[in-house]
Design a protein around this ligand. Structure first.
Ligand SMILES: C[S@@+](CC[C@H](N)C(=O)[O-])C[C@H]1O[C@@H](n2cnc3c(N)ncnc32)[C@H](O)[C@@H]1O
Ligand SMILES: [Zn+2]
Length: 334
């Protein structure tokens, strides 16, 4: 943890300022272990392995704990970087471009292994504070270690230990895994300054009827309850099928001039064409993630639009992403 993170922190219990109470170990600009304390209610929070810990997984509730633990495990297995991540990020936060970030204070809700965090720090954000409930924060810390403007915090998105000082907050692939996605969105928006911006990307209800009907019951009652290591290996079968059809059919057809027209009629073409660019490891991680998550909602455009109204957003841009998910961008009232 860098000392500059203190400017952004607030007690999740009483919202007062947080101060550093003790430092046990430092490494360059990182405080590796120590203790933070609230200046008002005196609650203390540990800094362990370079990350301030505001959430105790054992105390957040069964549903959230199960989600965080399964993703935490998943990120340890899929800790790789993929060269497609930068474009993928820009696809999810459209119309935001790298030029948007210089000078901005950015909040990332549910950062996983931190693949977007270090990128946005490099794009010139004044600071990016990335939050995740799971132990994936250890990986996010590794990938941002020593980067002055990148910060990682372990916390629950519903109880963010942060001041409402952010110019921009975003959350990608997280809100639909929360027990109450709308409440998660509101919690994130509450940390953005008036006139600041928000981006979110969520699974759509539209065009995903086959997943809701056939994959969801399997995920809910079988795969999300399985031993993760067993599921890791079992998920290679559906991932292998996806890998073969995307590399042999969807990718080549969509890249060829004559095949493009034909590909438009293929099942789930936009998404599978997008996925065809990814290597085996990334495709396996996508399938595993779908099957391991204990909670997943598929959200309609109308429902998603109402979230933005709830937080009083303006200039809202909502659009399809690969025709199976929704991305949104909006500005909060001045
Ligand atoms: C599918 S991953 C997406 C991670 C990242 N946004 C990315 O695109 O790589 C969902 C993440 O949400 C995190 N998460 C789930 N529930 C959370 C909560 N209540 N508060 C904060 N993070 C949460 C999980 O630990 C997981 O890392
Ligand atoms: Zn307090």
């Amino acid at each position: 943890m860098k000392r500059t993170l203190l400017d952004y922190l607030a007690c999740p219990l009483c919202t007062a300022a947080i101060r550093l109470r003790s430092v046990d170990e430092e490494d360059g600009i990182e405080i590796m272990s120590g203790e933070l304390t609230c200046t008002s209610c005196s609650q203390t929070f540990a800094i362990r392995r370079g990350v301030p810990r505001f959430a105790d997984l054992a105390l957040v509730g069964e549903g959230k704990q199960a989600t965080a633990e399964s993703f935490g495990w998943s990120w340890q297995e899929f800790s790789h970087e993929d060269e497609g991540y930068g474009d993928e990020l820009l696809g999810w936060i459209t119309p935001v471009r790298p030029e948007f970030f210089p000078g901005k204070a950015v909040l990332e809700g549910g950062c996983g292994k931190g693949r977007h965090t270090h990128r946005i720090a490099r794009w010139g954000a004044r600071d990016i504070v990335a939050v995740d409930l799971s132990d994936a924060v250890d990986l996010a810390f590794d990938s941002t270690r020593g980067i002055e403007n990148a910060h990682v915090v372990q916390a629950d998105i519903y109880h963010l230990p942060l001041r409402a000082v952010f110019d921009y907050a975003f959350s990608l692939g997280v809100l639909h895994h929360l027990p109450d996605p709308r409440a998660g969105f509101k919690a994130l928006a509450a940390k953005v300054k008036p006139g600041g911006h928000i981006s979110a990307w969520i699974y759509g209800a539209e065009n995903n009827g086959w997943i809701v009907r056939f994959v969801n019951p399997v995920r809910e009652y079988v795969t999300s309850r399985m031993n993760w290591r067993v599921l890791f290996h079992l998920s290679k079968f559906p991932a292998g099928i996806m890998y073969a059809v995307t590399k042999l059919i969807y990718g080549p057809l969509n890249r060829s001039r004559w095949g493009k027209e034909l590909a438009r009629h293929l099942f789930y073409n936009d998404y599978l064409s997008f996925v065809s660019a990814f290597n085996w490891r990334e495709q396996h991680s996508i399938v595993f993630d779908h099957l391991v998550a204990p909670t997943t909602f598929y959200i309609s455009r109308a429902e998603f639009e109402s979230w933005w109204d709830d937080v009083g957003a303006r200039e809202i841009v909502i659009g399809w992403h690969n025709k199976n998910s929704w991305r949104g961008f909006g500005k909060l009232k001045e």
